[in-house]
Design a protein around this ligand. Structure first.
Ligand SMILES: C[C@](O)(CO)[C@H](O)COP(=O)(O)OP(=O)(O)OC[C@H]1O[C@@H](n2ccc(N)nc2=O)[C@H](O)[C@@H]1O
Ligand SMILES: Nc1ncnc2c1ncn2[C@@H]1O[C@H](COP(=O)(O)OP(=O)(O)OP(=O)(O)O)[C@@H](O)[C@H]1O
Length: 325
């Protein structure tokens, strides 16, 4: 049986405006997302049984992630914040079930999911896992990865999922503009290499809950200035045009996020902002060296209590390794 492996990346929203509320419970968004090298690990093999068997664990270990977050594991139980569902509520299971139903696949998949990306962070970890699971299943069943149908399956699982399919081309874009509810994608050919410091506090936010607290702006800001700056690789103008309309509702729910943003800013990261619906925040560093130094310094100030990582832009769709056995 063939085993396929890949490493789903997280995303950051550099620009996120929300021009309108829709009648179907969603919002029209205008966002520019980049993928970053904070990655989960996914291993999928076909099995004759017609079901999805998923196992999931934290990498390098639940104890080490819990330690950084200041969560207690002394009773041997996984802390609530780090529980990973392995039933039908996991987006990987939902995506693979939708794949089987769409293509009439009677056999199933065994999946091992290694998590590094926190959930409810606005980093799209679950969405990326789901998109990469779809790509792996397509590889196993020799379905063209650029198929429109795969994009439709992805969009049915979640608004952020199609971004991580990467358009199916050989060279996936690092950045894309997403509109509609997030599923209409324009891959961006030019994106400078950006180094980030990303910080996840010991708390998750519900995407639906944050959207529910949003006051839709009367005069939405267009993404044109940000996109033009990106096209010119003009980092200063990009920085000035960055924004996230969900910051206000997220900070209303979790006021302590402003302290985290302040800590990033005080270290010289600029600009600093929430990603997606939070709770993770990020700041842009001048280079890899500065990002590394800042993470080292912030660890002494903020840990335990905050996961801190350096990250840089990478292609949204990660290649799949095939191991025939
Ligand atoms: C905040 C972002 O991460 C920005 O990229 C996305 O807009 C959220 O995308 P996502 O997590 O894939 O969200 P979904 O799973 O599709 O939707 C979760 C919930 O978020 C709200 N939602 C999501 C996307 C959207 N365009 N409008 C919304 O109002 C809805 O209440 C929806 O029920
Ligand atoms: N593959 C997965 N990995 C982790 N959590 C998952 C997965 N699939 C479903 N979940 C559940 O989904 C919930 C929401 O987490 P999700 O991962 O969607 O947030 P996120 O990846 O940060 O995305 P968003 O950008 O929407 O905030 C979690 O509380 C978790 O229980």
């Amino acid at each position: 049986m063939t085993v396929v492996r890949t490493s789903p990346p997280a995303k950051l929203n550099l620009f996120l405006e929300i021009p309108a509320r829709r009648d179907d419970g969603y919002h029209e968004i205008d966002t520019v997302m980049v993928a970053i090298d904070w990655r989960d690990e996914l291993e999928i093999e076909p099995i004759p049984q017609g079901r999805i068997e998923l196992t999931a664990s934290w990498l390098p270990s639940v104890e080490s992630i819990a330690g950084e977050l200041g969560l207690d594991t002394s009773d041997g139980r996984v802390p609530e914040l780090l529980r990973i569902p392995t039933d039908g509520s996991n987006l990987v299971v939902r995506a693979l079930d939708a794949f089987r139903a769409t293509f009439g696949v009677k056999t199933g998949f065994r999946v091992r999911l290694g998590k590094r990306i926190p959930a409810g962070a606005g980093m799209g970890g679950a969405s990326s896992d789901a998109a990469h699971a779809i790509s792996c299943a397509a590889q196993i069943h020799q379905i063209d990865n650029s198929s429109r149908v795969l994009h439709e399956i992805a969009a049915s699982i979640g608004s952020d999922v199609p971004f991580f399919l990467g358009g199916g081309g050989p060279e996936s874009a690092v950045a894309a503009r997403a509109t509609g509810r997030g599923e209409r994608l324009l891959p961006l050919q030019i994106c400078p290499l950006i180094h980030f410091v990303v910080a996840y506090p010991s708390v998750s936010l519900s995407t639906a809950g944050v959207y529910a607290q949003l006051n839709v702006p009367q005069h939405p800001v267009g993404s044109a200035s940000f996109l033009q700056a990106m096209d010119r690789e003009d980092r200063e103008s990009m920085g000035r045009a960055m924004m996230n309309r969900l910051s206000e509702p997220a900070l209303k729910i979790l006021p302590q996020l402003s302290e985290l943003l302040e800590s990033l800013w005080q270290c010289g990261l600029q600009p600093c902002q929430l990603t997606g619906s939070g709770s993770a925040c990020f700041g842009i560093a001048k280079d890899a060296e500065q990002a590394k130094d800042i993470v080292k310094r912030l660890k002494t100030e903020l840990q335990p209590g905050v996961l801190l990582r350096v990250a840089r832009t990478v292609p949204a769709a990660t290649p799949i390794e095939i191991e025939p056995s």
